[in-house]
Ligand binder design. Structure first.
Ligand code: PEP
Ligand code: MG
Length: 325
């Protein structure tokens, strides 16, 4: 199997009926980035910067962060890399940060909420990222954005850091692209405005599904109770794809479902043309894509969504379709 996927590395990711899909890789540590060339990934679609913070014994200093981000950029050898700013809180705890007791950590003080309330933290990270990206394309995205206003506040911090850089005659990135993760359902109802303001969107389906079904992604009792391959989730995902595609805003999805062949097929059928996944998932997803007529898959998925309106799992029907085709 591994051998077979390895041979697919240089095969273009195109469906049987000629639809090209960009397959990107998720990573969190420098060691993961060594695999980018082996996988044939177009880029690193999600670099989870918090992993480095979770391994450290204190907040990494500006220079340490800058060095790490520069190494990451160098490790991907000319490919793009999308850095996600610190996504801590909830399940991602920093041992050296005062633990805050919260009734509902997943709904609490996490990710961009911490970043905006402790701007020193976020600004240091942004400064390190902008410095590391000197003269190159720099892509930064913000996690857990719930309102357009939060994005505007985060962007204002970036602008401040850029101005600071220029005042100090430091070379800025040649191109700077800012994006938001779509992982809080409130974002669905702000998409028209958001699409006009951001350079790209990336759906964090792990959190989005958790919040859509109000089911803790790490709680075994409830996590498997709802299926991503069900009309409510697929409709939400289609709504996002339709809005982004109509606005011409680049869209990707970087949650776990993007790396599962059956789910990935459904996502492509819904209009997703870029998926970011773990290194090991790229081969299996590409093998599925090469054997799929996306036009047929799209017609089938849309008809299923019309036919079954409730929270039914469409998994079995989709599996039958995939096997028959
Ligand atoms: C997600 O929520 O889908 C995501 C990609 O981010 P994380 O899993 O790191 O929360
Ligand atoms: Mg998330």
């Amino acid at each position: 199997r591994q051998e077979q996927y390895h041979r697919l590395r240089d095969v273009p990711a195109v469906s049987m009926d000629g639809v090209a899909i960009d397959l990107h890789m998720n990573a969190g540590l420098l060691v993961d980035l060594q695999h980018v060339a082996e996988t044939g990934a177009v880029s690193v679609g999600l670099f989870r910067t918090e992993l480095q913070f979770m391994l450290a014994s204190r907040f990494p200093k500006l220079e340490e962060q800058e060095r790490l981000y520069r190494s990451a950029i160098e490790a991907v050898g000319g490919r793009e890399i999308t850095f996600r700013t610190l996504d801590i809180g909830s399940d991602k705890i920093l041992p050296y940060m005062t633990k805050i007791e919260e009734e509902n950590p997943a709904l609490g003080w996490r990710a961009i909420r911490i970043g905006l309330d402790r701007p020193g933290l976020l600004r240091t990270q942004l400064r390190a990222l902008l410095r590391a990206g000197a003269g190159r394309v720099m892509r930064i995205m913000f996690p857990m954005i719930s309102t357009l206003e939060e994005y505007e506040s985060a962007k204002a911090l970036v602008d401040r850091e850029l101005a600071h850089m220029l005042r100090h005659n430091r070379q800025p990135p040649a191109e700077l692209k800012l994006g938001v993760m779509i992982e809080v359902p409130s974002m669905l109802w702000q998409l028209d405005e958001v699409c006009q303001r951001v350079d790209f969107l990336s759906v964090g389906s792990n959190d989005l599904i958790q919040y859509l079904y109000a089911a803790d992604r790490d709680n075994k009792r409830v996590a498997s109770r709802f299926d991503a391959l069900s009309p409510p989730v697929l409709r939400a995902l289609k709504f996002i794809a339709d809005k982004a595609n109509a606005a011409g805003t680049p869209l990707a999805l970087c949650g776990e479902i993007g790396g599962k062949p059956l789910e990935a097929m459904a996502l492509m059928a819904l209009g997703y043309r870029a998926l970011s996944m773990s290194a090991a998932s790229i081969g299996p997803v590409k093998a599925m894509l090469l054997a799929t007529d996306l036009g047929k898959a799209e017609a089938f998925v849309l008809s299923l969504m019309d036919e079954l309106t409730g929270g039914h799992s469409l998994r079995e029907r989709l599996r039958q379709f995939a096997e028959a085709h």
